[in-house]
Design a protein around this ligand. Sequence first.
Ligand SMILES: *Cc1c(COP(=O)(O)O)cnc(C)c1O
Length: 342
Amino acid sequence: MGIDPKAIDWDSLGFNLTETRSMYKAVCKREGSWSTGGLIPFGNIELSPAAGVLNYGQGVFEGMKAYRTIKNRIVIFRPDMNAKRISMSSQRLCMPAMDKDLFLRAVLATVKDNLDYIPPNGKGSLYLRPVVWGTAPVLGVKPVDEYTFIVYASPVGPYFKGDIKPLNLLVTNDYHRAAPKGIGNVKAIGNYSASLLPLIKAKNEGYDEVIYLNAGDEELIEEAGAANMFIIKDNVLKTPKLAGSILPGVTRDSVLTLAREILEIDVQETDVTLNEVCTADEVFCTGTAVVVTPVGKIASDNKEYIINGEKIGKITNELRSLLIGIQREEREDTFNWLQSVD
Ligand SMILES: *Cc1c(COP(=O)(O)O)cnc(C)c1O
């Protein structure tokens, strides 16, 4: 039922599950619509061993954060984007899409009931994990007849506790994350089970994450683990275009907007070759967890490429400051990205 929030040591939070008071639950029959749902105490769930999610991986998720700004308001960053994406993800796996209102109600209710689990300003955030899965039993391969939607929360620490440390990435030629026309463009749970082995192997060799190449000819970069990738060369910002195997990140979209509208630099959503990445002026990754994180070193084919002297590059730093500034309310929220929880 959640640990006592007063017992949490805010300075020692990492990215682990800390159980909170409550979670939001709604259900849906395949041909029906989603129940209104409501909050229940955080705890274990009961599931048939034949549940669709356990046997055939019918499950999708989202990741977002609620946090205190310097104005001491509690906000969530662009939750409407996550609402849209979970519907897309659900439909790809033949699960009923939910309307935006249910998603937002569930997320807001979860935050409001767990306010005392939100770390103080600067100490981290309340990570929100909406999940949808096939609950009903099934034997033959087909979409099941009943689905469950749960939003749970966990306080987490900041990605970097002290100074920013640029990432050390390993290009893999042994594994692909996603195939064209597969499910790489949705947040399907199965994508992440496939990424565990490459990640563990890379970590064992001392790298932070894996760079995945395109499944076709391995000439192009796709993503770095569960983060989108960007490069800067001669003041042009480039990121792989959304052509089916790239996850459309909310942070990716926000960085593109900031680069176009505020920095007014040339922005290209296009093919990005591995060679371009290794010779770029700056490389960085984006995601809800990593925000904007510089890449300092890339290993590919037993060669090492140092990016920008393993320091955070100028444009990377500008984009990171702009985004964090808006999120913390140190800058004006020009694009209306913050959803207030109060
Ligand atoms: C979630 C995710 C991202 C980042 O998306 P954000 O919306 O920015 O958090 C990027 N790539 C993959 C594969 C992901 O699962």
